[in-house]
Design a binder for this molecule. Structure first.
Ligand code: SDX
Length: 388
């Protein structure tokens, strides 16, 4: 459409919106953020720099990056009364349920003075969300453990700070392995944005009514939770644990191919990618590094995952249907090795995706927009009269 990428008219007619943020070529397994390949960003950039790129369209200069990182670090604390929201959650509440609640609650702190037509208000809202998501995510984990919440330590990097708030206690400061912190940062980066996926489309649709951005992000968290979307990373680990051993993989691959069986191989397939998800290749590389650093290279779940991937990639059903490992296939194994509990995996996904959600929200609100109104194919009754 803009000379660099051409779309067939049929595609253009069904496109839900125009965007300059992310480009995906599902057939070739290409993912670009503002033109930069995800593989290069994962190797050379970091999460906050990528968040800046998604939001502003260009990589920051060294000075711009320093200013941005300082801005984010100066918004990592949440209002102390947010603690009261956690008191209302059961000890065993799912962290994604808590995140929907507390991120939505942020709207109650930033609404009366928030004017979304003001670029500066949009920017500060984006900064607050990116800064506070790790703090809230860690609070969900601490609530479930019955441990005190940890305040952010702004002498640490974004991902080190998250791990500090997750695993540190007032009596025992966390020892953060640099390999683990780097892996955490790349996991956030790989999840940062992915064009018009279900949760980003939800954020854009909610935002199209002019709703509060914090409430819009809460709606994105709700959409991400499902096992067909961001909940897949948690479902992959549960599936690998259920398979239990390499010799039971065939039984599950058979179930996945059975049209009468609702079971699907979690972490495989994608609405857009009909080739390798480029993020899963990067994730596989980190997996080996982190498990090596944690002395868990012989983790039985990793062995099952590697064997499952090999079998599926050679199976004619998966080859014919173009089902490849997606971003969720290896991420859960890495997070488990780091010590993150399974029910926190999608919270990590939501934390990383916040950069993309808010960049898409800002892109839409920054340009003339109308309220979203999906149409339908009506297949119900024709007009009929109420019985006399
Ligand atoms: C994410 O949209 C995004 O960008 C999402 C995401 C992001 O970054 O935001 O990339 C993140 O959500 C990744 C996907 C994570 N979900 C999972 O791993 C769950 C397992 N995957 C499936 O549920 C499924 O692949 C979906 C939901 C992801 C896609 O489903 P579709 O649209 O039905 O996939 P398709 O049309 O390509 O399926 C083709 C065929 C179908 O069979 P037929 O109707 O042709 O007979 O393959 C089958 C599907 O039933 N199929 C699978 C399968 N995935 C698709 N069969 C077995 N196991 C699977 N995993």
């Amino acid at each position: 459409a803009n000379g660099m990428f051409t779309y067939d008219p049929g595609f253009v007619s069904t496109a839900s919106c125009e965007s300059k943020i992310t480009f995906i070529d599902g057939a070739k397994g290409v993912l670009l953020h503002r033109g930069y390949p995800i593989e290069q960003l994962a190797e050379k950039s970091d999460y906050l720099e990528t968040a800046y790129l998604l939001m502003n369209g260009e990589l920051p200069s060294a000075a711009e990056k320093d200013k941005y990182v300082n801005t984010i670090l100066n918004h990592t604390m949440v209002h102390e009364s947010i603690v009261n929201f956690f008191k209302g959650f059961r000890y065993d509440a799912h962290p994604m349920a808590m995140m929907c609640g507390v991120v939505g609650a942020l709207a109650s702190f930033y609404h009366d003075s928030l004017d979304i037509t003001d670029p500066e208000h949009r920017r500060i809202s984006a900064d607050r969300l990116i800064a506070k998501m790790p703090t809230l995510a860690a609070m969900c984990y601490k609530h479930s453990k019955g441990q005190p919440f940890m305040y952010p330590d702004n002498s640490l990097s974004y991902s080190e700070n998250f791990l500090h708030m997750m695993f540190g206690t007032p009596t025992q400061p966390s020892k953060i392995d640099p390999i683990v912190a780097k892996a955490m940062d790349i996991i956030f980066l790989l999840h940062a944005d992915h064009e018009q996926n279900a949760s980003t489309s939800t954020v854009r649709l909610a935002g199209s009514s002019g709703a509060n951005p914090f409430a819009c992000i809460s709606s994105g968290i709700a959409a991400l939770w499902g096992p067909a979307h961001g909940g897949a990373n948690e479902a992959v680990l549960n599936m690998l644990q259920e398979i239990g051993s390499v010799d039971r993989i065939g039984e599950y691959v058979k179930k996945a191919k059975d049209k009468n069986d609702p079971f699907r191989l979690m972490g495989f397939g994608h609405r857009v990618y009909k080739n390798f998800d480029p993020r899963s290749r990067v994730m596989q590389g980190i997996c080996d590094q982190v498990l090596g650093a944690m002395g868990a290279e012989n983790d039985p779940l990793l062995q099952i995952a590697k064997k499952l991937e090999q079998i599926a990639l050679e199976d004619e059903y998966f080859v014919e249907k173009k089902l490849y490992p997606n971003v969720d296939f290896y991420s859960g194994i890495i997070m488990k090795a780091i010590g993150i509990p399974t029910d926190m995996f999608t919270v990590i996904f939501a934390t990383g995706r916040t950069a993309g959600w808010i960049a898409h929200w800002n892109e839409m609100i920054s340009n003339p927009y109308k309220i979203g109104r999906p149409r339908q194919l009506y297949t119900g009754y024709e007009k009929r009269d109420y019985p006399a």
